[in-house]
Each structure stands twice: as C-alpha cells, then as structure tokens.
Design a protein around this ligand. Structure first.
Ligand code: ZN
Ligand code: ZN
Length: 361
C-alpha cells in the first residue's frame, strides 16, 4: 500500500495542533459523509478521512506516523526506505551479528485488544557514519533507552501476592458505548472505558516499581553491524528491541536510521565514487603520472598527453560495494587543468614563446 499523506487528506499542516486536526476532521467528515454527499467516490473519501483521523487524532499514533509513515500501520510499504533486518529476538543481547536478510514489509500493525493488551512502540535511533566506515561495513555499539517488562512484577503491574478485580464501570469489557444524536443521524461511539483504561480490570494494589504499568525504563547497549556499501536513507531493523508490549503484547522494533556523512574527498553516486583532481597545465599538455587517493588506498593515474580539463578516468570496481554483493561500483577521477595565475618573468617569456610557436604551426 502506498504511503498515504494523512495531513493532506485532512487538509492540515504537519505541525497542526490536535485541536486543529479534530476541527479539520469534523468539517471534512461533514462534507464527505455519504448520507450528505451523493457524489460518486464520497464514501471512499469518507473512509480515507476516517483512516487519517484514526492516526492523526491519536498523538501516539501520529508520532509513529510522522516517523515511519502510513506503512507503519499496515502490512504494506515501509515508506521509501530500504530496511534490513539485523537479527531477531532481543533476548540475545550480544547476538546481533550480521544482516540476516532484507526486510521488505512494513512494521507490524499496532494492536490493542479489549483485555488491554498492547504491542510495544517501535523506536528510532539516528546514527551518522563516515563514507570510509560505510565502505568497510563498520560495527557500532549504540545505547538505547527503552521500556522493558518490570523486573519485579514481570509485566503484570500487580504487587506480589495480590490480583486485579473486574472493572465495574464496563463490567470487564474495557469499552463503553455511547449513542449520540446529530443532524446526520445517530452515531454510536465505542470508546475505551475511562475507569479501567480498556483493561477491564482494576488494579487496586499496583506494583511499586512500575506503578502498575508493568514496564520500566532500561538502558541497553546494542551492536549494530552495517553492511558494506550502506547509504543514507537505509534503516536497520533490530527485531524486538523497541518498547516492551503491555499485558503480553509483542515488543516493538528498533529502527536504526543511517546517515552517511558527505566526504571532503569523494562525491558519491550510488556505488560510484567521484573525485576532482587538479593537475597543472604542463602535466596536462605533456602527460604525467599522478597519485590519487582511493577509498581503500592509493592509485596511480596516468594522464595522457593533451588531456583536457573535465576529462574523466575510470578505475573499474574501485568504488563502494553494492549492498549485499561483492561487486563494487567504479572510482572516477575528474581532471581539472589549472591555468597558472602567478607566473615568474621567466615562465612568462617561455609561454610567450610557446604562443608564438603555436601560431606558426
Ligand atoms: Zn512492576
Ligand atoms: Zn472498565
């Protein structure tokens, strides 16, 4: 599924307040409600607006959407990024060895069941590496703070030796229904029970460590192995390293967003590397050999006689790796012939003579 622009659907800006979003939704819903708007496609539009509000109307879902796009809510596209799975199972803290395989799908959908079970949030971590590190495929250790199951109550949120009781407001359903009459007809709104917050239970003696949430903040170090040739815009997924779920919900994932710094020496175009090399007028005219710095060392560039400025010299397979492949892009040197600015009198004389000789040719 394509990444949807929910802001555009509601006609609000990305930094609109929750209140503005609510207002925009109401007016758009009034306009496109199929009972009012008989134009074809209005039902579809109404559905889309609803979908947009489901996400943007909820600050937590909105934040998730801002980070991961609508792909984060369905099984479709992942929002234009290339994902790599950096291993499953967060139980194995040291085991994030290599990239296992490419991850094509989007993030799993968030689920909130009536029992209050909720999947943990996905987390984002931004990391910057140099071009040389991207070439080598460096391993980096990062420290993240995420929510894990409380070590005292093991995630139940209940003090040891006590249990929860059924919520009397919703009779354990976790939801309350309210019917509202509007000019468009009666709407029954089902909402989370405000007394038990959807859990259907009341925790009268919450765990003193996590205050009944079942989760606590914890820091962890994780090793992230970047594949050779990685580029800005890639994100690496560490399965299960996001926030822990609530009441048995699945943990979220950690997404490490890669930014490769621009190099002062090389310009990158995919797997190809470009480098500008200044040579003197004499080197260009007479031909010469110059040393150039490559991503993994040095190379000798043979400049043929009569080389013009802008000439390109290609070193095959001396660029970056194609990710997941042994193949490499090319390294291309673009030569720039420098016209001398300050000349000695002797050099001036020689050049004048050179000019005169040219005329006679
Ligand atoms: Zn606890
Ligand atoms: Zn309740």
């Amino acid at each position: 599924m394509a990444n949807k622009d929910y802001y555009n659907l509601l006609g609000v800006s990305k930094n609109a307040s929750q209140d503005e979003i609510k207002k925009a939704f109401r007016s758009a819903a009034r306009k496109h409600h199929p009972d009012v708007n008989k134009e074809s496609g209005s039902a579809e539009k109404f559905k889309e607006i609803n979908e947009a509000y489901q996400v943007l109307g909820d600050p937590q879902k909105r934040q998730h959407y801002d980070q991961f796009g609508s792909g984060g809510f369905d099984a479709g596209g992942a929002g234009g990024f290339s994902d790599f799975d950096v291993g499953g199972g967060f139980s194995d803290f040291n085991g994030f060895g290599d990239i296992f395989d490419m991850f094509f799908g989007g993030t799993r959908g968030r689920t909130t069941s009536h029992s209050g079970r909720q999947d943990g949030a996905d987390l984002r971590y931004d990391i910057e590496i140099t071009l040389e590190e991207a070439f080598l495929g460096v391993e980096k250790e990062i420290e993240i703070t995420h929510l894990v199951a409380c070590h005292i109550c093991k995630g139940s949120g209940v003090k040891a030796g006590t249990t929860t009781s059924k919520c009397s407001s919703c009779n354990g359903a976790g939801q309350v229904r309210r019917t509202q009459r509007t000019p468009l007809g009666a709407f029954t709104q089902v909402s989370t029970c405000p007394t038990c917050h959807g859990t259907g239970t009341i925790n009268s003696s919450p765990c003193h460590i996590c205050s009944g949430s079942g989760r606590e903040r914890s820091k962890h170090k994780i090793k992230i192995k970047m594949p050779q040739g990685i580029e800005s815009g890639y994100r690496l997924r560490v399965g299960g390293a996001g926030d822990a779920g609530i009441k048995g919900g699945a943990p979220g994932d950690l997404y490490v967003f890669i930014n490769v710094k621009t190099s002062p020496i090389f310009e990158r175009e995919g797997a190809d590397l470009y480098q500008k090399k200044n040579i003197s007028f004499a080197q260009a005219a007479l031909g010469s050999e110059v040393e150039v710095k490559t991503i993994d060392g040095k190379a000798i560039l043979k400049i043929p006689q009569g080389t013009q400025t802008g000439s390109m010299f290609r070193f095959q397979e001396k660029g970056m790796h194609y990710v997941g492949s042994r193949r490499r892009g090319d390294f291309i040197v673009v030569v720039e012939v420098e016209t001398p600015k300050a000349l000695t009198n002797e050099q001036k004389e020689l050049l004048k003579k050179f000019g005169e000789l040219r005329k006679e040719l």
